[in-house]
Design a protein around this ligand. Structure first.
Ligand code: GTP
Ligand code: MG
Length: 325
């Protein structure tokens, strides 16, 4: 079991422990919030996981996988970086997307440094799309640009486009591949230099802040992204209903909410085939994450139009902006 799962299995509290203050004569430390922002699918969550060294944020080939802020902490060489992974910046249409956008903008306000992730395999113009320009204009924090997925472009790409990026974004992009772990040392150095001096805010061994229940629900949602097509991944919200640690195997029940009655049939499948497949793959991930055997119960329940309804979103744990911007 890794440090993260030990800490998680022990139950990380949702509240924030007090700051650890340094005394005179101790070496100077650096610490701060690094908000990871960018277009949907740029590889933000993959990068968070690579930088923290633990799978904390769910990843999928589809856009709009991350729906709320996910925090991961990296403490090394006298520097503590508190990463805030955020939903991709997009034109928000329904209330759920507005909640995603609000989560990203809120995290940008808290940033000591913004880590702006650009997908090198996409058209450059996407980088300067309206939601991105708007979000970056709001932040006063220094911006470090990671040009991700360089494994998908030819070797001369970075050189050819570096000037363009610098002119548009005010920073020279650091080429990285989050999936291959390439360029991460240079990226970490740039982030370290941009962070303010200060005492660590969290114990050095902490990697995550969210509750075990959050990660379990997210792993089921990630599996939905993998196993279902079309609108289903965007119609499914997951919530842990029961978590009985005193049982062996650990008993967890998760409610899989769909938006419409007709989607229930798809998620359950013929003779319960689809839900069994979802349960099996989700359970394996949860067992790896927690390091112990798990009995997973999945319940599919329609929550009519939850993406559009404030009280449903709030009940599901999503922060909904007070005023719709
Ligand atoms: N080839 C390649 N693919 C990558 C790289 N980084 C991420 N990906 C892939 O890009 C896809 C999206 O990755 P995510 O980490 O979910 O992207 P995201 O920016 O968090 O996406 P949203 O949460 O939807 O905003 C996944 O299929 C990843 O495996 C990379 O360096 N190279
Ligand atoms: Mg993501």
């Amino acid at each position: 079991m890794t440090d993260a799962t030990e800490a998680l299995a022990a139950g990380i509290p949702d509240d924030v422990p007090g700051g650890v203050t340094g005394s005179p004569g101790e070496p100077v430390t650096r610490c701060g919030y690094v908000t990871i922002a960018g277009r949907p699918n740029a590889g933000k969550s993959t990068l968070l996981n690579a930088l923290v060294g633990e799978k904390l944020s769910i990843v999928s080939p589809r856009a709009q996988t991350t729906w709320e802020r996910v925090t991961g902490i990296r403490t090394a060489g006298g520097v503590q970086m508190i990463f805030l992974d955020t939903p991709g910046l997009l034109d928000a249409r329904d209330l759920h997307q507005k909640s995603m956008r609000a989560a990203a903008h809120e995290a940008l306000k808290e940033a000591d440094v913004v880590l702006f992730v650009v997908d090198a395999s996409r058209e450059r113009e996407e980088v300067i799309s309206e939601p991105v320009v708007e979000a970056l204009a709001e932040t006063r924090a220094p911006v470090v640009v990671a040009l991700n997925k360089i494994d998908t472009v030819d070797a001369g790409f970075v050189q050819r486009h570096a000037q363009w990026f610098q002119a548009r974004l005010g920073a020279v992009p650091i080429p990285v591949s989050a999936t291959r772990g390439e360029g991460l040392d240079a990226l970490v150095r740039a982030l370290e230099e941009a962070l303010p001096e200060g005492p660590f805010l969290y114990p050095e061994e902490d990697l995550a802040l969210q509750s075990v229940r959050f990660f379990v629900a997210e792993l089921v949602r990630e599996t939905v992204f993998e196993q279902f097509e079309d609108e289903i991944p965007y119609a499914v919200a997951t919530r842990v209903e029961e978590f009985r640690e005193d049982q062996d195997p650990l008993y967890i029940s998760v409610v899989v909410h769909v938006e419409r009655e007709s989607q229930k049939g798809i998620v359950v499948g013929k003779g319960g085939h689809a839900i069994r497949r979802l349960g099996m793959a989700s359970r394996r991930k949860i067992e790896t994450f927690l390091g112990r055997p798990v009995y997973l119960d999945l319940w599919v329940k329609p929550l009519k139009g939850w993406r559009r309804k404030r009280h449903h979103l709030q009940r599901l744990g999503y922060r909904v902006p007070d005023e719709e911007p």
